[in-house]
Design a protein around this ligand. Structure first.
Ligand code: 13P
Ligand code: SF4
Length: 308
């Protein structure tokens, strides 16, 4: 059995599209129809005319695709592909928090559940967060959830005072500032680029901060040829394909003495075999109730409109 060929055949037979995030295994990225960041993936999901969307990413990403495409079949190779950030914001607790702060505009980072999106005024991703926050009138108070690191970064960049939910990503909080400084001493001519889910002390060392697509664009459009990359290590695959002559070094994690990189265990539960199986069986499927879907759709559509 040749998984690559069988997946390509099934995809055609069933009019399916494979959308993959940069943190997926290299072989999954290579067979995908589109590889991108959270914004690009939701834009692709919004415009596709495929009958089946195979989402090679994590649950909140596939759920966003389902909210945008209620009549299509959306499958995730493994339903265990969660996200620590999404988990750090339980809907019941968030609802209480929102109710305790009336008159606030609620902005949520796309890394959250459909139930949390249903409590939201406008969704954002790491590539449009500054623009979305700046679109809110200056005298309107804002609640930002669930990522405190991205929230702090937005406050610093925009000067807006926002109430922050105390959530975080275990992968981006795993970077060690001591090891990063040591690594930078060994590679003094390398520039550090970082994802805004990283902690403030990591971001302070970076010459560029942005989403996964933003980071790839940055290395592509700068003639500089040496970078230390502070985000999930899966990004190095596509980045290296885009800039074959550039030296890329992953930022080191605190607990990692064998390999110098950070990996998202949630992203990595998806495999080529599971991807093939979900195309054959058309499950596991993503389900969202009508009531939650209708409420969660509005803040996603507002974000897509502002991101055109
Ligand atoms: P991007 O939207 O930048 O790809 O981020 C997604 C994510 O989960 C980062 O950890
Ligand atoms: Fe969630 Fe972090 Fe994994 Fe991204 S890297 S999917 S934020 S746990």
């Amino acid at each position: 059995m040749n998984l690559k060929e069988d997946i390509a055949r099934l995809k055609k037979e069933k009019n399916a599209i494979i959308l993959a995030h940069y943190y997926q295994e290299p072989e999954i990225q290579d067979i995908a129809d589109y590889v991108g960041d959270s914004l690009g993936l939701s834009q692709k999901a919004a415009e596709t005319d495929a009958d089946i969307i195979v989402f090679a990413g994590v649950h909140f990403m596939a759920e966003t695709a389902k909210i945008l495409n209620p009549t299509k079949t959306v499958v995730l190779p493994d339903l265990e592909a969660g996200c620590s950030l999404a988990e750090s914001c339980p809907p019941e607790a968030f609802e209480k928090y929102v109710k305790a702060h009336p008159n606030h505009t609620v902005i949520t980072y796309v890394n959250c559940s459909a139930e949390v999106k249903a409590l939201t005024d406008i969704v954002c991703t790491s590539s449009n967060a500054l623009k979305i926050v700046e679109s809110i009138p200056k005298d309107t108070p804002i609640i930002f959830a669930p990522d405190r690191n991205l929230g702090k970064y937005i406050i610093k960049e925009t000067g807006r005072d926002m109430l922050l939910w105390d959530g975080s990503c275990i992968v981006h909080e795993a970077f060690s500032i001591e090891k990063l400084i040591k690594l930078h001493k060994e590679y003094p001519d390398y520039k550090i680029i970082a994802h805004p889910e990283s902690e403030e002390h990591i971001l302070k060392t970076a010459t560029y901060i942005g989403s996964t697509s933003g980071m790839i664009n940055y290395v592509k459009t700068h003639s500089y040829q040496k970078f230390i990359v502070a985000t999930e290590a899966g990004i190095l695959h596509k980045m290296q394909q885009e800039v074959p002559n550039t030296e890329l070094v992953p930022a080191p994690a605190k607990e990692d003495n064998t390999c110098a990189c950070s990996e998202c265990a949630f992203m990595k539960v998806n495999t080529m075999q599971k991807l093939y199986d979900c195309l054959v069986n058309e499950r596991p499927q993503i389900k969202v109730s009508k009531e939650i879907r209708e409420r969660a759709l509005l803040p996603i559509e507002r974000m897509l409109e502002l991101s055109k």
